[in-house]
Write a protein that binds this ligand. Structure first.
Ligand SMILES: NC(=O)c1ccc[n+]([C@@H]2O[C@H](COP(=O)([O-])OP(=O)(O)OC[C@H]3O[C@@H](n4cnc5c(N)ncnc54)[C@H](O)[C@@H]3O)[C@@H](O)[C@H]2O)c1
Length: 309
């Protein structure tokens, strides 16, 4: 029987599947208590984390018995992959399991931000009837969605976008232009500059790595089409938050949805105050009842397989 330490929220059914075969220590608050985390890590044969547990440095050094790290999500920027590989620790992401949840978030944000008509409850209830002010919202039909990163989530987002009459273009630094996924989704492969120039909605689906850090700096934000909407569900650190806020305030950018931040949880962020047409969410694009179950089930299954080898 192996010892499995789970440091962040995991679907209860998936925890039960692990506990049926192994000794499981599940404590979703462990991530915020470094001394306890290091103590539990010392006896772990497997570690299960989300995005907040930093599997590097002191934690990695404490994981003397660990053979496998299960990641309840897909971004691996909180894990020192090279060090894990050097120590023979397998790292297992939940590839694909939360893609639909993120793709639906992107489509909903695009519809909401372009139309701009859903924030009127208080005014309508108070009898103000702001019909004229809200009558010039924009549709998404016929407009262009620019996808930066055309992996699992980018491709699924393109497929949903086509269903509501958008056309999509994509830039992916690591996919060949003749990759069959472009034709399968009816997406035109373009360079980054062209994507910025033609897209009405731009959505980011790249990992946070050196080449994507600060990719959306003030210059790239200024290169977006006037009135464009920017959606970031990828990772904080890719978009310059201060430059984005300035572009919204100046009216140059039509709207933005930001789910991920340079520092999480986001502390008070005065630069975002009073920004028009801005949606801020606490890193939940990939979280839904369905995706939590899919992600947990997949990781439980793959950790069990890894421990049985
Ligand atoms: N907000 C959330 O809740 C949430 C949930 C899931 C995933 N994510 C983020 O979304 C990202 C994408 O997820 P995915 O499942 O589609 O990953 P993926 O690995 O399937 O796709 C990522 C794509 O980005 C491309 N890429 C890498 N570097 C690039 C660059 N410099 N420029 C352009 N393209 C580049 C890769 O070639 C790949 O096709 C993840 O890395 C993660 O950070 C966030």
């Amino acid at each position: 029987m192996a010892r499995i330490v789970i440091t962040e929220f995991m679907d209860e059914r998936a925890v039960a599947a692990l506990a049926a075969a192994h000794d499981v220590h599940y404590d979703a608050t462990l991530v915020d208590d470094a001394p306890r985390l290091l103590k539990e890590a010392a006896t772990a044969d497997a570690l299960v984390v989300r995005n907040r547990t930093q599997v590097r440095g002191a934690l990695l050094a404490a994981l003397v018995r660990c053979r496998v790290v299960g990641r309840l999500g897909v971004g691996l920027d909180n894990i020192d992959l090279a060090a894990c590989q050097a120590r023979g620790v397998a790292v297992i992401p939940a590839t694909g399991a939360n893609a639909r949840s993120v793709a639906e978030y992107v489509i909903a944000a695009a519809l909401l931000l372009r139309r701009g008509a859903y924030g009127s409850s208080a005014a309508v209830a108070a009898g103000r009837w702001p019909r004229t002010a809200l009558s010039e919202g924009r549709e998404v039909g016929g407009c262009t969605l620019g996808l930066i990163g055309f992996g699992g989530i980018g491709q699924l987002t393109a497929s949903l976008a086509r269903g509501i009459g958008m056309q999509a273009v994509a830039f992916d630094a690591q996919m060949r232009a003749d990759h069959p996924a472009y034709a399968e989704q009816g997406v035109r492969c373009v360079g980054l500059d062209e994507l910025l120039a033609v897209s009405d909605v731009v959505s980011l689906h790249v990992p946070l790595v050196d080449s994507t850090r600060n990719l959306f700096d003030a210059t790239r934000i200024a290169a977006l089409k006037p009135g464009a909407v920017l959606i970031n569900t990828a990772r904080g650190g890719i978009v310059d938050e201060v430059a984005l806020a300035a572009a919204l305030r100046s009216g140059r950018l039509g709207g933005a949805a930001i789910d991920v931040f340079g520092s999480e949880p986001l502390a008070a962020a005065p630069h975002f105050e009073d920004c028009p047409n801005l949606l801020l969410t606490p890193h939940i694009a990939g979280l839904s009842a369905e995706s939590n179950e899919r992600v947990g089930t997949l990781i439980a299954q793959r950790v069990l397989e890894a421990l049985s080898r």
